[in-house]
Write a protein that binds this ligand. Structure first.
Ligand code: ARG
Length: 263
């Protein structure tokens, strides 16, 4: 895992700058399992979030990451073939709600508002929010964000975190972008002073961009991660059961060890 998100970042950025409109829905199928009689589940994701889901464009245009490995293993256990569809994070919950996709997995944090429109599985990971700034910026705590412009991914919990900081400091301006690489680019260019991003994701982006640094922030809550299914879906129980079996067999620990490291 070295330079690749940079490429992915550049690709996503040039797409959005070129104004080619919405997303270039990438679809990846699990080819190992190509049997005609296999039932298929379509998972929506937002592949801008290493190590949960991203594209290592130096190697291929395949979507990889912890969520992808987990989803593949779980759906296989459930007797389905997995198809992955990349879309903007903002579109995921509505797409589940309208059943355009069978479920979404994208490092999604269950909260009350979302749970009104989708059903969440048991949680499979925890993170907290960090701040990314330019390396030279002074950052000892959120008070240093007074008068600054803070960015977050649109419709993410980090957007809420940014707004909480704004409510506290008053003078802060919050801006959103559709994709995380766009946010990274904006900090690098000085158009945003800081962005809110989850710990392991922030660490990975900083590793790829040595002009940036990450900092922990005070007063943020733990965020859980879970898959989102349409309201009332019977698949939630099956999904939870499959995760539990994989966990008991030590498979999920292996996936964690593989993906949740910074290199
Ligand atoms: N955990 C945050 C949320 O649920 C952010 C997730 C962003 N995921 C992504 N693949 N970009 O709002």
């Amino acid at each position: 895992m070295k330079k690749k998100w940079l490429f992915a970042a550049a690709a996503v950025l040039s797409l959005s700058l070129a104004g080619c409109g919405s997303n270039s829905d990438k679809t990846a199928t699990d080819n190992n399992n190509d049997q005609d009689n296999k039932k298929v589940l379509v998972m929506g994701t937002s592949a801008d979030f290493a190590p949960f889901e991203y594209i290592d464009s130096a190697k291929s245009d395949e979507i990889i990451g912890f969520d992808v490995d987990l989803a593949k293993a779980v759906t296989k256990k459930m007797g389905y073939q997995l198809k992955i569809q990349d879309m903007e994070f903002n579109s995921l919950i509505p797409a589940v709600q309208s059943k355009k996709i069978d479920f979404a997995m994208a490092g999604i944090t269950p909260n009350e508002k979302r749970a009104k429109v989708v059903d969440f599985t048991d949680s499979y990971y925890d993170t907290v929010d960090y701040i990314i700034t330019k390396k030279g910026a002074t950052f000892n705590g959120i008070d240093d964000l007074k008068g600054k412009k803070i960015g977050a991914q649109v419709s993410s919990i980090e957007e809420d975190t940014a707004n909480t900081i704004k409510d506290k400091l008053k003078t802060v301006k919050v801006e959103t972008r559709d994709r995380v690489p766009e946010l990274i680019q904006e900090v690098k260019l000085g158009r945003l002073d800081a962005i809110v991003l989850e710990d392991i994701v922030a660490k990975n982006y900083v590793k790829q961009n040595n002009d940036l640094k990450y900092s922990a922030i005070e007063g943020v809550e733990n965020q859980k991660k879970a898959a989102a299914f349409p309201k009332g879906s019977k698949l939630v129980t099956e999904f939870n059961k499959a995760v539990k079996e994989l966990d008991d067999a030590g498979e999920i620990d292996k996936m964690r060890a593989k993906w949740f490291k910074v290199e």
